[in-house]
Structure formats: C-alpha cells, structure tokens
Design a binder for this molecule. Structure first.
Ligand code: NAD
Length: 244
C-alpha cells in the first residue's frame, strides 16, 4: 500500500485527487494538507506527497519531503526561475515526478508535437493557443510552456527570446524565429491546448481538450505509485508512461 499526503487538498485538483483515489486499490490518502497546515507534523505517515497547491509553496514542500526522504509528485505550475532552481536543489535527495500535465492525452500531444516539428521543418510558423477557466492564476499554462519548450528544442531556439506572448500594436511581420503563445481565460474550461503549424498553402493543428480534472488526478495518482519505486532524481509523466 502506497500512503499519500495531498498538499492543496481543498483546491479543485485536491478534491479531484480525493475523489479518484478510492479507484486505486494500492493507494491510501493518509493526510490532507492545505494553506496553514503543518506538513512536517504529518509527513512521517506517508510514502509520497502529491502537490497541487501554489507555485510559491512547492519549494518548501519539496524541502520537507527531502528532509524526510519522501517521494513527491509535483503538479503545481507557474513556478518562477528561482522557485524552479530551489526545487531542483533536492533532486539528489528524493525521487520527484514533476509534470505540467498528467493526462495521457497531453503526454501524447507532447510526443506528437515533437514529431510534427521535426517532420515539417523550419518553414512552418509555430503558434500555441491555450484556454482555461476564469479562476486560473498563472499564464501561459504550464502545459503551453512545455509545448513551447519542445518546439524551441526542435528548432534550436532560445525560448525566452523566441516566445511572443500575444501581439498588440504595430508588431511588424512575423519572423521565422518566433513561437506565438496565446492564453484565453473564461468560464469553466478545464484545459484546451492547440499547437498550430502554419505554412503557405497548408496548416496542421494538433488539439487536446480536457473535459474533466479526473484525467490529471488519475495520472498524478499513477505517478505516485511509480515514483516511490524510483531512485532520487527528476522524472516527468513521459517516464511514468514509458514514452521515452
Ligand atoms: P486551486 O486554487 O483550486 O487550489 C490550490 C489549493 O492550494 C488551495 O486550496 C489553496 O488554499 C492551497 N494552497 C495554497 N498555498 C498552500 C500552501 N502553502 N500549502 C498547502 N496548500 C496551499 O487550484 P487548482 O486548480 O487545484 O490547481 C492547483 C495547481 O495545479 C495550479 O498551479 C494549477 O495550474 C496546477 N494544475 C496542474 C495540472 C497538471 O496536470 N500538472 C492540472 C491542473 C492544475
């Protein structure tokens, strides 16, 4: 039995994890932690923590896991570069699955995006469009950032220079070395992502639409069962799914 603590337990994803966990016979939720609760008081009860809280909370949560040699699954997004560096400091202490998206479909989208970019070559213009519910705090989504990282990697571009977050005003003609990233917010959309490859005369669009948070929750619970058997290091959902 893998014993789990959820951080961010009162949130939308925390509630989805609690709803989905009973379908995993080998998993048990032993504590639910949210803002103001002390993780270090309950950490000894678990084998792994699943974190879907707030970007600024994750480094401290990972530190408690590292001190207590507990594995962690990180689903929270929106970390600054400083927060990311603070999380990476613990990579030799504990195994972590750190993924911007835990759905199987989106991980297939990651794989397909890489292949499409390789096949289509540098003549195709690259644009990413993401839509989420009105309550989402970070933009662009972590998934859109991962898609942009994949495109930049294939094209050998530096993402901080190549990224064009929306366009307004007299921005001039589009260059070949830009990756457009656009965030739509509204209603209760769980998460839509489209990667557009556009050339003169043709356009390829790869789209994933999530209609339920269960897809992320089930992926994160599966990752928790997997991560407790791994050596210290940073893994992603493609490792869990065996897509590498
Ligand atoms: P939410 O705002 O509904 O829930 C976040 C919860 O975290 C809240 O209950 C909040 O009180 C709690 N929290 C804040 N600070 C905390 C702290 N210091 N310690 C413990 N808990 C704390 O948000 P959500 O929609 O559930 O999303 C949570 C995060 O997960 C976001 O960053 C979101 O982008 C990300 N997310 C990731 C995936 C994925 O597949 N990786 C999928 C959906 C959402």
């Amino acid at each position: 039995m893998t014993k789990i603590i959820i951080t961010g337990a009162h949130g939308r994803m925390g509630q989805a994890l609690i709803a989905c966990a009973p379908h995993f016979r080998e998993l048990e939720i032993v504590a639910r932690v949210d803002r103001g609760d002390a993780l270090d008081v309950v950490i000894s009860r678990c084998d792994a923590v699943i974190d879907f809280s707030l970007h600024s909370a994750t480094p401290g949560i990972v530190e408690v896991c590292a001190k207590n040699k507990k594995a962690i699954v990180i689903g929270t997004t929106g970390h600054s570069d400083t927060e990311k560096a603070a999380i990476r400091e613990f990579k030799s202490a504990v195994p972590m699955v750190w993924a911007s998206n835990f759905s199987t479909g989106v991980n297939a989208l990651f794989w397909l995006t890489r292949r499409a970019a390789e096949i289509l070559g540098p003549d195709f213009d690259l644009e990413i469009l993401e839509t989420h519910h009105r309550l989402k705090k970070d933009a662009p989504s972590g998934t859109a950032k991962t898609l942009a990282e994949i495109l930049a990697d294939v094209r050998k571009l530096q993402l901080d220079k190549a990224a064009r977050h929306g366009r307004a005003g007299i921005v001039g003609e589009r260059t070949q070395s830009e990756i457009g990233i656009h965030s739509i917010r509204g209603g209760d959309v769980v998460g839509d992502h489209t990667v557009i490859f556009a050339n003169a005369g043709e356009r390829l669009e790869l789209t994933h639409k999530a209609s339920s948070r269960e897809t992320f929750a089930n992926g994160a619970l599966r990752a928790a069962q997997w991560v407790v058997k791994q050596k210290p290091g940073i893994y992603d959902m493609q490792d869990v799914l065996g897509l590498k």
